[in-house]
Structure formats: C-alpha cells, structure tokens
Design a protein around this ligand. Structure first.
Ligand SMILES: O=C(O)CCC(=O)C(=O)O
Ligand SMILES: [Fe+2]
Length: 208
C-alpha cells in the first residue's frame, strides 16, 4: 500500500520514514507570500528551454521546460542532454545561500523545471549522474501548484512512498537515497496551475 504523507502544519523538518535513505521535508521553508514573489520573478526571468530527450533510441519532447544556472564550466548531462549553465541571477544566488545554510552543503548548480500544467511530468529516475559523485546531496524547492512526488525502492518493490510538495517547501535528499531509490513526478488529470521546481546540486567534475 502507498501511504500519502501529509504533515504540513509545521516549520520543523520532517524525516521521511524511508529505509536506505535520508530525506527531509521542510513544508514551510518559505512563507506563502515570499514563495509567491519568488515564483513570479523566477517565472519571468528564466530562459526556459524545451529539450528533446532520447530514451532507448527514440526521441521525444521533454514533458516540461528546463533551465540550468551555475558556476562556469560545470556542464550537466542526463538522458542524452548536455546542458551548459547560465550565470546565477541574483535571486537564484540568494535562494542558493538560504538552502546552503539550512542543509549545511554547497551547491554549484541549480536545475529548474517548469511543469506548465498537469500534463507535464518527470519520469522515474535517480539523480545519480557521475558528475555528482558518490552519495550526492540534492535540495529540491517547490513553487506553485501542489504536486505529488513518488519514491520507489530499487530492490524491494513493496517499498514505495508518496507525498505532496507544497508551495514554498524544501525537500532534502542525501546519503544513499539516490543509490537505493528512484523518484518521479507523475502527470495529473486535474486542472493544475504551473509549478516551478529548483534542484540544487553539487557538480564535482565535468566530463566532456
Ligand atoms: O519536480 C520535482 O519535484 C522533481 C525534479 C527532479 O526530480 C529532478 O529535476 O531531478
Ligand atoms: Fe530528480
């Protein structure tokens, strides 16, 4: 049975009850008001791109828009897409500092996802690209429409977990989370407003 994780009433981080993982959820990392201001600014300032992805030799339009901002020379590759970062905007730099403080980690890069409506999605994957090194630490911020986020264990099919990611929330994934679990953001049949997600990552080396 999949259990929906709901606790949203607190400012304190919640450790998710997942084995082989270190996942923390901060439901109210930013207040509603600040989150809305940031969402509008990010929406307008970002140079969104629509990429093709190649999976098992077939090419598709990615079901969302993306953008990469980060330190010079730290390109990032996944699903046969190689992205070159743009320079951090001052807002993204400020948000990065807030996230660094709370997570006690450093990030070189932020990948932005724009889910335009419920038909945009992000399929099952782990954030385990070799650029990120062993046991990568990923910090994921959500703005806009509340969407459901799913985890499944790679070796034990019964270990599944899902939760809502609300406006202004922060999800931290560390330790062996990417080694043992996959995650996805499925499509929804509901009429949904846009959602922006920022994932902060530390790219240790760039492979050409
Ligand atoms: O949109 C999300 O919450 C997840 C994004 C994600 O998993 C990714 O960009 O790797
Ligand atoms: Fe991911």
């Amino acid at each position: 049975m999949m259990k929906l994780f709901t606790s949203e009433e607190t400012n304190n981080p919640i450790r998710l009850p997942m084995k082989d993982a270190e996942v923390w959820y901060y439901p109210n990392f930013y207040s509603e008001e600040i989150a809305t201001t940031f969402q509008k600014k990010i929406m307008a300032e970002t140079e969104w791109q629509e990429d093709d992805i190649t999976v098992f030799g077939k090419t598709y339009k990615q079901p969302r828009l993306t953008a990469l901002y980060g330190d010079d020379g730290k390109s990032y590759s996944y699903s046969n897409i190689k992205m070159q970062p743009k320079k951090f905007t001052s807002l993204l730099e400020d948000i990065k500092n807030d996230v660094e403080k709370i997570s006690n980690e450093k990030y070189t890069t932020v990948l932005l996802n724009l889910y335009r409506d419920g038909s945009d999605s992000n399929g099952w994957h782990s954030d385990d690209e070799k650029e990120l090194g062993k046991h990568p630490f990923i910090a994921s911020l959500s703005f806009g429409a509340k969407r459901t986020f799913h985890f499944k264990h790679k070796h034990n099919k019964n270990e599944r977990f899902k939760m809502n990611l609300k406006h202004g929330s922060l999800l931290l994934m560390g330790g062996t989370t990417q080694a043992y679990w996959q995650h996805q953001l499925p499509k929804s049949k509901k009429q949904l407003l846009p959602r922006i997600n920022l994932t902060f990552r530390n790219i240790k080396v760039s492979f050409i």
